[in-house]
Design a protein around this ligand. Structure first.
Ligand code: PLP
Length: 418
């Protein structure tokens, strides 16, 4: 069995040897395939597909996706600046942020598009740019996501302006002479076309209340299958369902709304794997568990520890000869009992051993599905472990370093010894 969707055993060993571990590997061919699917999302009146850069903000990845035709969804003023450092034109960047960016004025003056996510943000934008156009992020009252931590719509979510406050949005816009030309929603909708249809309908109900709206942004949230047996979102199917609703809206309201989507996970999750090394193998006796201790953990892949997220793990023996299989838990390298890569699905408190070939110190572990929210959302520098290296596997088979491993000097660069 190959250790990930895109790496052979030989490639794993070669990357482990050449770059050291832990190291993230991203696959250009998968990135390209996923980007093309997003760009082909069916849509009757025009589409802008954005990459939600929060999922994986490495400069090379941003540039690669930009070159394929994706625009950018940024979620902070820093992300919007970072995208520009990758060479992305400001007018390709849309900013939808929980925190009003410190650099909002310069970003907007450069051409970055802004979605206000609260009444306070709307007022702040309007006072700085009276008469300008912008979008608003609306919480349409519906949530979706596998738990409260990934649910970004409905009454338990602070994201966006609660739909019942739309009259106040309109009043504020009138007072500041603002033009609301885009309605944005993102509820983390998974793979079910029916849920997307409901979400699109609710979002269009919200959009219908804004006379100048020309664009509907439905956010991201397209599910991928990381583990065997999981079902991925079918963008064609979802797009057809959403297109029907957009057409109906067009007929009943006499306007053809452009659509935006902004997937993160869908583009990069299965385009990334983390290669780690087995540092130790221990057990807790006959009634206990067998543990593989990896040289990576919550400093690299935090999702299992906070969501009980499941990532496929493959063991690649250093010597080539397979050992008899056994059940293992995989512990990360942090001094933290929650640093476990094999929790129970959806339950970070629980443990679920995996069957792997017999592990020996020095073997490689390949943690799949590690392209989204892993390097980007890790527990950086805990226990003073450095940020891991990142490499890109090109379509021609070459492997290029795209982020060096952090050094201790870099970690300490801003500290002062009094
Ligand atoms: C506003 C917005 N758009 C897009 C995304 C991307 O979501 P996903 O990675 O599930 O596609 C997110 C994720 O949190 C988001 O908050």
């Amino acid at each position: 069995m190959e250790p990930s969707l895109f790496l052979s055993h030989g490639q794993v060993r070669a990357i482990q040897r050449e770059f050291g571990t832990p190291v993230y590997v991203y696959d250009e061919a998968t990135l390209e395939r996923q980007a093309r699917q997003a760009l082909g999302f069916p849509c009757p009146f025009g589409l802008t597909a954005r990459f939600a850069m929060k999922a994986l903000p490495n400069l090379t990845i941003l540039r690669l996706l930009h070159d394929l035709g994706l625009h950018i969804d940024a979620s902070s003023g820093y992300e919007a600046e970072r995208a520009q450092r990758a060479g992305i034109p400001p007018e390709h960047i849309e900013l939808t942020a929980q925190e009003l960016p410190h650099n909002l004025a310069s970003l907007v003056e450069a051409g970055v598009q802004f979605n206000a996510c609260s009444l306070a943000q709307l007022t702040a934008f309007g006072e700085r740019f009276p008469g300008a156009s912008l979008g608003v992020r609306v919480n349409p009252g519906l949530g979706s996501g596998h738990n409260n931590r990934t649910n970004v719509g409905g009454p338990s979510s602070s994201f966006g302006i609660w739909h019942e406050y739309i009259p106040r949005v309109l009043e504020t816009a009138r007072a500041l002479n603002l033009h609301i030309t885009r309605v944005h929603t993102h509820i983390g909708s998974g793979g079910d076309p029916d849920v997307w249809t409901t979400c699109a309908r609710l979002s269009l109900d919200a959009a219908a209340r804004f006379p100048e709206v020309a664009t509907l942004n439905l956010g991201g949230g397209f599910k991928v299958a990381r583990m065997p047996g999981e079902k991925a979102a079918n963008l064609q199917e979802i797009g057809e369902a959403v297109s029907g609703i957009l057409r109906q809206h067009g007929e009943s309201h006499g306007r053809q709304l452009k659509l935006e989507i902004e997937p993160g996970t869908f583009i990069v999750a299965n385009a990334g794997a983390l290669i780690a090394t087995v540092m130790d193998v221990v057990d807790t006796g006959s009634g206990g568990y067998r543990f593989i201790k990896a040289d990576a953990g919550m400093t690299d892949v935090l999702r299992p520890a906070i969501y009980g997220a499941q990532h496929p793990v493959t063991l690649v023996a250093a010597s080539g000869e397979a050992q008899p299989a056994a059940e293992y838990l995989i512990a990360g390298h942090c001094c933290e009992s929650g640093d476990v890569l094999t929790p129970e699905p959806g339950n970070p408190e629980g443990l679920l051993p995996r069957t792997l070939p017999g592990a020996r110190i020095g073997d490689a572990l390949v943690i799949g599905g590690a392209g989204a929210y892993c390097s980007a959302m890790c527990c950086k520098n805990y226990n003073s472990f450095p940020e891991s290296a990142e490499v890109l596997l090109r379509k021609n088979g070459e492997v290029h370093l795209i982020r060096k491993r952090q050094t201790l000097d870099q970690m300490l660069a801003n500290e002062m010894l009094l």
